[in-house]
Design a protein around this ligand. Structure first.
Ligand SMILES: *Cc1c(COP(=O)(O)O)cnc(C)c1O
Length: 389
């Protein structure tokens, strides 16, 4: 089914019905699998015969999710994990060793930075941080022991973008693996491997589930990379449960429809915000005024659901607005049918010093929206209430 387009692949790829001929994918809630004979058990363990052994290694529901996501990202293979952080940790631990060096973008997801600074740093692995979109910084951060470039594009909350094709030329020339966390756009809007990345990482908790129901993650890449990641997860155990695999598997069916609707809603909200006198700045990649709009247009097929804006009056005005909304959920989560609102300076970015916040443009009046699938007019009216109080 390799030549089908996105939606056909998202709905049809990856699952083979059992003898029961179930039409919807079954959930295999089993920790282990039986063998027909002692000989078959021996053959499975010797890897002479393919097949399931134990759910920490493989499970048919998890396999179906992995095959479908690999087809959508244009990857040879996929290892599903219990969360996005498990996917990032597995990638680093499987591919980087003590004495190696990682270059990472400064504005990655907060816990990714915490992981690098507090856990990875214990293994004598060096980390240098660079500004995501500045290719010269990536280039000059390369050392003889650099093994991995790790980044998210676009960044959250401000939507900075790096040119993946150009960065992959730098990584390739230096024998470095390029890993892109694609959680903010999903394969419906961006496929980094097709642009030259070696690895795609997902928090499927976000848009792939899309309905705020479970944690899940994934790592995608070529066969050699996937074998190494898979060996790591088999031995350490952050495997995705069959039940959660079923949720994200069904999430993929509607992914591109949802991403299109998120993007359309977000553009409406961002365009409206831009015309409000109390709003000093709007950060949305779909607006032509965003400095990375053209680059995003080139490498993405849509702009996604994250909209950030700065209100006049700093933290007090931002808190007032957040508290006045009734539809938006006050939560730092994103990628849900339900719209969410958060104040980055005191939540997701509170670990930054005042100076780091200024450098990163995380102003006191900055508010981040994850635009859901409610009606845009209602969301706009909800924000307007907060602006007028
Ligand atoms: C949420 C998120 C993660 C972490 O994923 P979990 O599923 O919460 O572990 C990693 N990267 C990005 C970009 C995220 O938004």
């Amino acid at each position: 089914m390799k030549n089908n387009k996105f939606n056909t692949t998202a709905i049809r790829e990856g699952y083979q019905a059992t003898n029961e001929q179930e039409h919807s994918e079954a959930i295999f809630l089993t920790s282990s699998f039986k063998f027909d004979s002692a000989e078959q058990a021996a053959a499975r363990f010797a890897k002479e015969e393919p097949g399931n052994i134990y759910a920490r290694f493989t499970n048919p529901t998890v396999d179906a999710f992995e095959r479908k996501l690999a087809a959508l990202e244009g990857a040879d293979g996929c290892v599903a994990t219990s969360s996005g952080m498990a996917a990032i940790f597995a990638t680093i631990m499987a591919l980087v060793k003590s004495g190696d060096h990682i270059v990472a973008s400064r504005n990655m997801f907060g816990t990714s930075i915490v992981l690098l600074n507090t856990i990875i740093s214990k293994f004598d692995i060096g980390v240098s941080y660079v500004d995501l979109s500045d290719l010269s910084q990536w280039k000059s951060a390369v050392a003889s022991n650099t093994k991995l470039f790790l980044l998210e594009t676009p960044s959250n909350p401000l939507g900075e973008v790096v040119d993946i094709v150009a960065l992959s030329e730098i990584s390739r020339a230096n024998d470095i693996l390029l890993a892109v966390d694609n959680a903010i756009l999903s394969p419906a809007l961006q496929t980094p491997i097709k642009l030259g990345a070696d690895i795609v990482i997902h928090s499927a908790t976000k848009y792939i589930d899309g309905q705020g129901r479970c944690l899940a993650g994934a790592v995608l890449g070529n066969t050699n990379i996937i074998e190494q990641i898979s060996a790591f997860t088999r031995a350490t155990g952050p495997s995705l449960s069959a039940f959660n695999a079923w949720i994200v598997l069904k999430g993929l069916d509607t992914l591109s429809l949802r991403m299109e609707a998120h993007s359309k809603n977000a553009l409406k909200v961002a365009t409206w915000l831009k015309n409000q006198p109390q709003v000093e700045k709007v950060y949305y990649l779909g607006l032509e005024s965003h400095p990375h709009h053209q680059l995003a247009k080139k490498q993405q097929s849509g702009f996604g659901g994250i909209v950030s804006f700065e209100v006049a009056g700093g933290q007090a005005a931002a808190f007032k607005l957040i508290n006045a909304t009734e539809i938006f959920s006050i939560t730092a989560n994103l990628g849900d049918t339900k719209s969410t609102i958060t104040h980055p300076a005191t939540t997701t970015h509170s670990r930054l010093s005042d100076e780091e916040k200024v450098n990163a443009n995380i102003a006191d009046g900055l508010i981040r929206l994850s635009i859901g699938l409610e009606d845009a007019d209602d969301l706009i009216a909800d924000i307007d209430k907060g602006l007028s109080v």
